[in-house]
Design a protein around this ligand. Structure first.
Ligand code: SF4
Length: 375
């Protein structure tokens, strides 16, 4: 099984924390959509031909800038090129301000069966700081409307924001749970170079959340969501039973995926490829049949480290039988030796031949994972 990711590199405005590739030049939208469909045609053999496509994901950027004609173009192309008979999940990322009744109605007539809505916060001061285009009430209204058209909805939230307090985070979580969605992703803010928040921090206009407060926010999130019946199936992802994201889970299970569009990454078990992060150069390259794609062949060490990194981020953890089968007994012994100090203090656990982090150690997973990888 494999997945297809389509990157829609347009946003109507730039959020203050964002370092994803996107631009406001929406006049290029038609050309970019044509180029993405062309790229699907040219690169379809990157995936194993006999492997049916299980998931499709429109990410960005803001895929909810796409109009009905664009989506028809994508699905006509996808249906022509790939076996979609076993495609179970088709996600579109959307901003709340794009989700009008008519847009949702159109999506429900196109085979989109999952929406990932960028809510981020349900506090107006925090939303303003993040330069989001919607208020808390508009986000709530958008999710309520979306529920009438799509039965599988995920929302994104952020914590560790400047200005955010434990009380405001608690309110965001409570209101999010009251929305009755099936999936919640929650990410701690990292202030990346080149973003507006980075510049504001350099000028001393904002102060990042203290580590201790972010830690409290994380544990509040885990408790409230798990008490409400959500399962933390990955460090930042929580779902009701059977609603874990199939597309993202496939990344963590190292399944193949084809990434289409500017800056999109692809993986087929042998190499990683990534497209140029520039709309004009991307479109020109595709139109001239000279796509600008970089490629990296993965070494055995890369494969091993990726397995450690991706599997440990999930609730399932590292399957030691599968690890031994793939990398040999020596590597497995190396892993167990490196894991020993964490096993002895309860930060890792060994269950049913799987090595796993705990809910507590998820929070310090970067350090533990780095320790288990090989140079
Ligand atoms: S909508 Fe998403 S991709 Fe666009 S600027 Fe905001 S965070 Fe970045």
């Amino acid at each position: 099984m494999s997945g297809i990711y389509l990157h829609i590199p347009f946003c109507k405005s730039t959020c203050s924390y964002c370092d994803f590739y996107s631009t406001g030049q929406v006049k290029l939208l038609d050309r970019v959509v044509n180029a993405l469909c062309r790229e699907l045609t040219v690169r379809r053999f990157y995936l194993n031909e006999t492997d049916p496509v299980e998931t499709i994901y429109f990410g960005g950027g803001t895929p909810s800038v796409l109009e009905e004609t664009h989506l028809h173009h994508f699905f006509d192309t996808l249906n022509l090129l790939f076996d979609l008979s076993q495609c179970k999940e088709i996600t579109l990322e959307a901003n709340p301000d794009d989700l009008s009744e008519s847009y949702l109605d159109m999506l429900s007539r196109i085979p989109i069966n999952r929406l990932s809505i960028g809510v981020q916060s349900l506090n107006d001061n925090e939303l303003q700081l993040l330069n989001r285009r919607h208020s808390a009430q508009e986000a709530i209204d958008a999710v309520q409307k979306a529920k009438q058209y799509v039965s599988n909805i995920s929302i994104d939230l952020m914590f560790g924001l400047p200005l955010q307090t434990l009380d405001s985070w608690n309110e965001t979580i409570e209101k999010s749970l009251a929305l009755g969605v099936q999936h919640i992703s929650a990410y701690q803010l990292t202030i990346e170079k080149g973003t507006k928040l980075y510049r504001q921090r350099e000028l001393g206009n904002i102060f990042p959340s203290e580590d201790e407060l972010s830690t409290e926010m994380y544990f509040m999130l885990v408790k409230k969501l798990t008490d409400a019946g959500f399962e933390q199936y990955e460090i930042s992802n929580f779902s009701l039973p059977t609603y874990a994201s199939k597309h993202n889970s496939a990344y963590w299970q190292e399944k193949s995926y084809l990434g289409i569009g500017p800056s999109a990454h692809s993986f087929n078990g042998i190499s990683r490829q990534w497209n140029i992060a520039n709309n004009i150069r991307y479109v020109t390259g595709i139109e001239n049949e000279k796509p600008e794609i970089e490629q990296e062949q993965l070494t055995e060490t890369d494969h091993y480290n990726e397995r450690i990194m991706t599997a440990l981020r999930t609730k399932t953890g590292i399957d030691l039988f599968a690890l031994e089968e793939r990398f040999g007994n020596r590597q497995m012994q190396h892993l167990l030796k490196a894991a020993d100090k964490y096993l002895s203090i309860g930060l890792l656990k060994l269950q049913e031949n799987h090595l796993r982090l705990t809910s507590e150690s998820f929070w310090i997973s970067d350090r533990i994972i780095a320790d288990l990888m090989i140079d």
